[in-house]
Design a binder for this molecule. Structure first.
Ligand code: 0L1
Ligand code: MG
Length: 255
């Protein structure tokens, strides 16, 4: 860890704690994507030192549109801690975030550890259950503006997640309709096919990317596979719900 990366990690961690935007590392220095992952690891380590626990990983840039927009051909990943979990059906205070958005996702529950380098064909059998989920993303940068390295350093904008009821693993997960509702009205409609063509691919990518950092996907961890539609702002006083075809729903009220 270089002094520069350590300083960036501290600044990003502090921005998240205070709920105040900060400037992008790319505005002040050259940051490679490898360095950005080191910053992410260090920033999350600060959370762990305060008593938070790692409970999984999230995938980002899993849709073709977002990859094209960022000029990348690989998804990114971030780390989830227990403090980010917003209990399903509970009320979340938007004031704890900077400019939160919410997007519908699919979550995997890992049953048996997936070690770095695990063959892709062994990965599906390591999953205990799947669930509809909501992810709250909150870039620590003003106006959600960032380069690829900036957003990787910022833990892929991870801020919160809501899990619906876990379901038995179905034989296929692609092409399921997904709705994102705000106060009962459809705000966005999409499909699980937007998640790397099939959410299982996203899980395989999560195992590969976390494995590259020497991190196994541990038993009991959650993997958020990626957004199935565009994200919408998390507005005070609303009820946000996602419904995933044949899988159920997940919801959160915004205080
Ligand atoms: O979960 C996501 O796909 C978001 C990744 C980070 C980019 C963003 O904040 O939009
Ligand atoms: Mg997401």
């Amino acid at each position: 860890m270089t002094a520069q990366n350590e300083r960036l990690a501290a600044r990003l961690d502090e921005a998240a704690r205070q709920g105040e935007a900060t400037w992008q590392p790319s505005e002040e220095c050259e940051l490679s994507v490898a360095d950005a992952y080191a910053v992410q690891e260090w920033a999350v380590a600060r959370r762990l030192k305060r008593g938070e626990r790692l409970v999984g990983v999230k995938m980002g840039f899993t849709s073709r549109q977002k990859m094209a927009q960022m000029g990348v051909d690989e998804a990114i990943w971030g780390r989830l801690t227990d403090a980010m979990l917003v209990p399903e059906g509970s009320r979340v205070a938007p004031a704890r975030y900077i400019h939160p958005r919410v997007e519908p996702e699919l979550a995997f529950l890992i049953e048996r550890e997936i070690p770095p380098g695990a063959p892709p064909e062994t990965i599906t059998s390591a999953v205990a259950a799947v669930a509809p989920a909501l992810e709250i993303i909150d870039s620590r940068y003003a106006d959600f503006r960032f380069t690829l390295a900036d957003v990787v350093a910022d833990n892929a904008s991870a801020a919160g997640f809501v899990l619906g009821a876990w379901q038995a693993v179905p034989s296929s997960l692609d092409c399921r309709g997904v709705l994102l509702e705000v106060d009962g009205r459809v705000a966005e409609a999409g499909s699980t096919a937007s998640i790397l063509g099939d959410p299982w691919r996203s899980l395989v990518a999560a195992a590969r990317l976390a494995g590259r950092a020497g991190l196994p996907l541990k038993a009991g961890w959650v993997v958020l596979a990626g957004g199935a539609t565009a994200a919408v702002p998390l507005r005070p006083g609303t009820l946000v719900r996602t419904v995933v075809e044949s899988l159920g729903s997940a919801s959160v009220a915004v205080a």
